[in-house]
Design a protein around this ligand. Structure first.
Ligand SMILES: C[S@@+](CC[C@H](N)C(=O)[O-])C[C@H]1O[C@@H](n2cnc3c(N)ncnc32)[C@H](O)[C@@H]1O
Length: 335
């Protein structure tokens, strides 16, 4: 048996993947999915409602159909695919349009990432977070909140914190994990630790969700500042590839030291498999770190388990959290 002769199909698809991004962003910007849901679900009615005319509506709907984002009935009416219906129709609880588009400003950087990597001198410690202002943090966390509340609900379905007293959430952002904990466990307290511009933003989300009595937010650069005492749970979600092995290893030792005996630590991160052959999404988060010139990169699952073991954590395990993107590695401090 001879191997099939390679062709260019796969390479052409990857080379033009940004066209798909453009079509999706156009649909989000035009609120096309929301309009379809509201009944503007034909070429002419969508063209009119979105203000792009029937020709462009046909172009857009053809592209969206090609990506299986919309389906077309026999009579020519379109409807949203189930994931689009849940996450890209405005006013739905799960609306995640902000999250889907929040890195669009980097589009041009991806086009010149080879040049950026050649420029070298990756010296900034916090990378993309160096220039954070309260205004940019507010915009950024509108995006993380839109996706983080769902992830946090999933976390609390999968991890039982019954009997725990206090959580520290390292880089807790909007406070999604702490807000959901406070809603589920009537006794639990929590502190969101994040960079100074994020704190007022987190406090707003905490107040909005009615849990300000038990959840607070505190300015803390977790790579340098002291960590709070008296916590028996530590959660760190979605900031792993920003940092290199040394910073993450040191941080996890400090988390171990700060936790109460018997406490538990959950690292939810974009991890590649141990052979570093995928999945793609965590690898791309690692590559993305070249743009803000941080020292960050993708970490493998066994590397993360190794950081926990070196710090002293026991009963270490890893489970898939969000397929193809996030793994949850957990360890316990001996009691
Ligand atoms: C992608 S967001 C995730 C937010 C939240 N954990 C979630 O999953 O919804 C990453 C967060 O880590 C925070 N962060 C990154 N480096 C940090 C540091 N050195 N100290 C404190 N927070 C940090 C960022 O400010 C940001 O809020």
């Amino acid at each position: 048996m001879t191997a099939p002769r390679p062709d260019t199909t796969r390479l052409q698809r990857i080379a033009k993947a940004y066209w798909e991004t453009g079509a999706l962003f156009a649909a989000i910007d035009l609120e096309a999915f929301t309009l379809i849901d509201a009944g503007h679900n034909r070429v002419d009615t969508l063209g009119q409602a979105a203000g792009i005319g029937p020709l462009n509506a046909e172009r857009l709907l053809d592209a969206l159909a090609g990506m299986a984002l919309v389906e077309r009935a026999q009579d020519g009416a379109y409807r949203n695919a189930p994931d689009v219906d849940r996450f890209l129709v405005k006013e739905r609880r799960g609306y995640a349009g902000e999250w889907m588009t929040f890195l669009r400003e980097n589009w041009g950087d991806w086009n010149r990432i080879a040049e950026i990597m050649k420029a070298g001198d990756e010296s900034d410690r916090l990378g993309m977070y160096d220039d954070l202002t309260e205004e940019s943090a507010r915009k950024y966390h509108a995006a993380t909140y839109s996706i983080g509340m769902g992830a946090a609900r999933k976390f609390h379905r999968e991890v039982d914190l019954t009997g725990r007293r206090k959580i520290m959430d390292l880089g807790g952002g909007s406070g999604a994990y702490c807000i959901n904990a406070a809603e589920k466990y009537p006794e639990i307290e929590a502190v969101v630790l994040d960079l100074p511009p994020v704190v007022p933003v987190a406090l707003d989300y905490i107040a909005e969700n009615g849990v300000a009595g038990r959840v607070t937010a505190k300015a803390c650069d977790f790579t340098a500042d002291p960590l709070p005492e008296g916590c028996d749970v530590a959660i760190q979600a979605s900031n792993l590839p920003i940092y290199d092995r040394k910073v993450i290893g040191q941080l996890i030792r400090r988390i171990y030291d700060a936790l109460e005996p018997g406490g538990e630590y959950h690292l939810i991160g974009e991890m590649v498999n141990n052979d570093r052959m995928g999945p793609l999404a965590p690898a791309l988060w690692g590559l993305y770190e070249a743009i803000p010139r941080s020292q960050g990169h993708a970490h493998s699952i066994s590397e993360c388990e190794g950081y926990l073991a070196a710090a002293g954590f026991e009963r270490i395990s890893s489970v898939e959290f969000v397929p193809g993107t996030l793994t949850r590695t957990t360890g316990y401090k001996p009691g």
